[in-house]
Design a protein around this ligand. Sequence first.
Ligand code: 9WN
Length: 453
Amino acid sequence: MFLFSKVRASHDSSTAEREAITITTLTERARETLNGAWLGTHTKINEMYPHQWGWDAPFLSMGWATFKPERARQELTSQLSHQWSNGMIPQIIFHDGEARQYFPGPERWQAHPHSGQDGAPTSGCVQPPLQAIGVRRVAQALPDGRDFLKWAYPRLLQWHRYLYRERDPDGRGLVYVRHPWETGLDNLPDWDGSLFGFELSDIPAYERKDNQHVDDRHRPDNEYYDRYTALVDRFRAADYDEAAIRNNCPFLVEDPAYNAMLCAANRALIDIARQLDRSATEPEQWFRATSQGLRDQLYDNGRFYAYDRYNETMLDDHESLMGYIPLFGGAPTDRQAQSMVDRLDAMGYFDTRYALPTTSPDDPAFDPEKYWRGPVWGFTNWLMIRGLSDYGFHDRARSIEQGSLELIQRHGFCENHHPQSGEPTGAKGFTVTAALFLERAQNNSCPKTDAPS
Ligand code: 9WN
């Protein structure tokens, strides 16, 4: 066993109580959490996010694959079935057509005509492209995994083709995101410069719903929501035509974390192509172009930086995990990886009680209670554990794993936590955390990240 065999927390008064919550008990609770959120074709993230989400769905599928692989297949089948005709896999699928307790809902997006003829309405942007990784994992758990791969592979190819065609128009090997929501790491301080760099015109009235679920102080401020919403309004006005959006969108950012996940997904695609005896030339070219783009254009002095295409500037004012997530996906050289780990140490990411804070405690924008500006998240810890393990930094991976486990033992499956106290700072009953727990518990030997076999 890699990390789950011994849970060694510091010996305070609740240690005995915590150690009594065994992995077996947590596994049962994680399964109950997923079972309770199953909606017949997909998983509701939780009460705050009552729909199917872009990168959450592949994470969820990996959790389901550990005990109900048929549901894992359905999770991804229902997501891939809502692919747009241009290949895009949307950030949100509103399966029952209702906004419910979420803003922005289908009325604000008005993206329905693009969502496929019989499909449910969707939002009109993307999230990190982890689907190929989910598909590969789920196929391993299915008795007829090859059939699933055959069904999914052309859809995955269309998805990656969309990203390279529409989001890398100059062939830099790096795809851009056009909204902070597309990064998945929505409120990192790194995006502030680009998000606040444009004139805001009148925004038609809207009502936030997120702060009805979670205390205001944990969520992005209203001035951020105004800009998030203004970008949505621009996409709608351009009728989701990517060229028109590109010409009129003040937020166009090459995010290294997004591109790193794309690298990892390309590696999964290569592997799937080989399993199906198909040519892997296209995903191989993509992998080479993006990993080289990351190394040559976005790396400097121990970390990766985002590039703002609109303002033609590197976003180097802040220090956040975005700069290190490329350890996942295999782009950095070994030397770069070593410098990244040295820098992670120097920037205090391992100094908080629970690693890894999403923004460095040394950054002036660090806020241990604010969405993506300090709290510890399961999503980012999972990526970093995998990336660090791939490059042989097992001790650091283990310390992140141990802290994550302790947070679950103390507080259950939450969206994110204060990196010092461990108190939940986001939504509760968070299915993705439960799924990632199940995935790690089953695959605790941390195999190499999606390396082509
Ligand atoms: C916007 C669903 C999603 C995650 C994101 C996380 C949060 C949404 C929001 O929740 O974003 O997509 O309304 O804040 O930032 O990573 O996919 O869990």
